[in-house]
Design a protein around this ligand. Structure first.
Ligand SMILES: NC(=O)c1ccc[n+]([C@@H]2O[C@H](COP(=O)([O-])OP(=O)(O)OC[C@H]3O[C@@H](n4cnc5c(N)ncnc54)[C@H](O)[C@@H]3O)[C@@H](O)[C@H]2O)c1
Length: 248
């Protein structure tokens, strides 16, 4: 029986690393992303590892699309074992500039997206003997608040903090069959932060105890652990992956 993982935002960055890491552990992967070329490249790289890759171009803020995609995955592969809610996008405007529509969009892409895919996947997990695993990518910003130099401010931080409430609550509601956890990355070198890191790397690294910014693989390794370890006794938790970023 080949297990199946669905990863949102799998085209590039942290989502791509999560998808490739899970593929390396033998999972078939369903990829969801807005960016078709990036997703096609990740899917080709996954297939080279000898597993199946299904691609779905979609905006994760759509509840209907989330249900269509989960239904399509289950009808194609017969099951779904892991959901990685990774897709997210910055919301850099300060409170005096942001519009109501922009705030709503930040919540839709960064928080409601998780609800959409969990709502679709939870019945599948609850109805199969092996249950399921959910890992959602929050952010250090959920704990520290967005900082003035960051690409994201209050709306992003609020959405990412919402993921932590969703995680704790759903761990109770969906246990014992489903483990629900979140990961809070610090500064990770992806397209999202490329400009900021290239402008300020020395300054940023001076506030990180482990002396470097993170890589997508740093995040993927804990996501993969939470998604796959057979003896894991952890749910309703969040894990900070930031090299101890004491200056935020
Ligand atoms: N890079 C960091 O330092 C960092 C830190 C904390 C949290 N995060 C979170 O990690 C996750 C991944 O970030 P990343 O750095 O890899 O970013 P990224 O921009 O490199 O990749 C994000 C991927 O998600 C996709 N995506 C964005 N909005 C989407 C939407 N509405 N529908 C479908 N797909 C969408 C993008 O097309 C892209 O492929 C995000 O949730 C982000 O908030 C990143």
């Amino acid at each position: 029986m080949t297990k199946v993982a669905l990863v949102t935002g799998a085209g590039r960055g942290i989502g791509r690393a999560c998808a490739l890491t899970l593929a390396g552990k033998g999972f078939d992967i369903a990829l969801v992303d807005l960016l078709a070329p990036e997703m096609t490249k990740t899917a080709d790289d996954i297939r080279r590892l000898g597993v199946r890759a299904l691609t779905f171009q979609a905006d994760v803020s759509s509840f209907t699309r989330a249900h269509e995609i989960v239904d399509a995955v289950v009808s194609d592969r017969g099951r779904l074992d892991v959901l990685v809610n990774n897709a997210g996008a910055p919301s850099p405007k300060p409170i005096i500039e942001i519009s109501e529509e922009e705030f709503d969009r930040a919540i839709a892409v960064n928080l409601k997206s998780c609800f959409n895919y969990i709502h679709a996947a939870a019945p599948v997990f609850l109805n199969q003997a092996e249950g399921g695993r959910i890992v959602s990518i929050s952010s250090l910003n959920a704990l520290s608040g967005g900082v003035t130099s960051a690409v994201s401010k209050h709306a992003y931080a609020a959405a990412k903090a919402g993921i932590l409430g969703l995680t704790r609550s759903l761990a109770k509601e969906l246990g014992p069959k489903v483990a629900v956890n979140a990961v809070c990355p610090g500064i990770i070198a992806t397209e999202l932060l490329r400009d900021m890191i290239s402008r300020r790397e020395e300054d940023l690294v001076s506030g990180i105890a482990l002396g470097r910014v993170g890589t997508p693989e740093d995040v993927a390794s804990i996501v993969s652990y939470l998604a796959t370890d057979a003896h894991m006794f952890i749910t309703g938790q969040h894990f900070v992956v930031d090299g101890f970023q004491w200056k935020c």
